[in-house]
Ligand binder design. Sequence first.
Ligand code: PEP
Ligand code: MN
Length: 339
Amino acid sequence: MLVVMEKNATDSEIRRVIETIEAQGWEAKPIPGGERTAIGILRNETPVDPGLFLNLPGVKEAIPVSKPYKLVSREMHPEDTQIPFGNDGRVVIGDGHLHVIAGPCAIESESQALKTAERVKAAGATFFRGGAFKPRTSPYSFQGLGKQGLKILEKVREETGLFIVTEAIDVESLEMVEESADIIQIGTRNMQNYPLLRRAGQSKRPVLLKRGMWATVEEFLMAAEYIISEGNGSVILCERGIRTFTKHSRNTLDLNAIPFLKRESHLPICVDPSHAAGRRYQVAPLAKAAAVMGIDALLIEVHIAPEQALSDGPQSLTPDDFTALMGDLRSMGLPLPSL
Ligand code: PEP
Ligand code: MN
């Protein structure tokens, strides 16, 4: 239920609605808007009777919210969420620009990270990505440099000014990642790791939440709801491909999810064509297709020598491929920001 206040409702009228909600043992979530305030009702286990509110002074209407996800939904929060970065807050994800997050799958060494970062920055990326903690399908594959990888990422930020995105694979790594990174990534395999989602919801850092490779869009939104319900409203939804029956790509990029998520949720949307494709030649066409749908960010894997990469080499672009893709996005008129 969303209780919508009249334009001229007073603070005490708003307070009275909140008290009425709390008296039922529910949680009230005031959502101040440009014109009027709305108050969401959370933690009700049975449907709410609108009659509880309709006679209170200052109440315009009480709208039933039909969806299981609430805090992530546009019904509760009509305006797009904007997430600012840096001291001056000049770089914003969700303000209509198309940010590009680029870098290797894994941080392998300082020189690999710095060389890649210089190239992706020169091409127009605003965020650098790279895993220090890697959730690998095989326990024998490279698992990442851990804390040393985070130190390298800090150096990349210092030397280039790029903002940093890196993955946390459990609560322990999240506590290290939130000290070093500008965005905490939660990967596809952890989309339904509820203790991790809750801990990310207590962090001050924005979270890039990847869609589970098996998850429906509703389950994806419910995972974001876990994070926001703990108090962290800075969540970016990342579509990265889902498992289907195809063999011509690693996953299938669910482009249909983009208009659905934009309609249902106010959260910024990122698309990762690299993990969807799994093959280099498919990455740029998928990136362009997603970009024209009006997303907020693209996440692209780039490696200085993909044939030597310790993970995801076959889908990584070379710096030259990446530069060409950025040139194409620019000539398509897409709103790429600068740092
Ligand atoms: C990654 O970004 O390198 C990664 C492991 O992504 P995903 O969780 O989407 O597989
Ligand atoms: Mn990867």
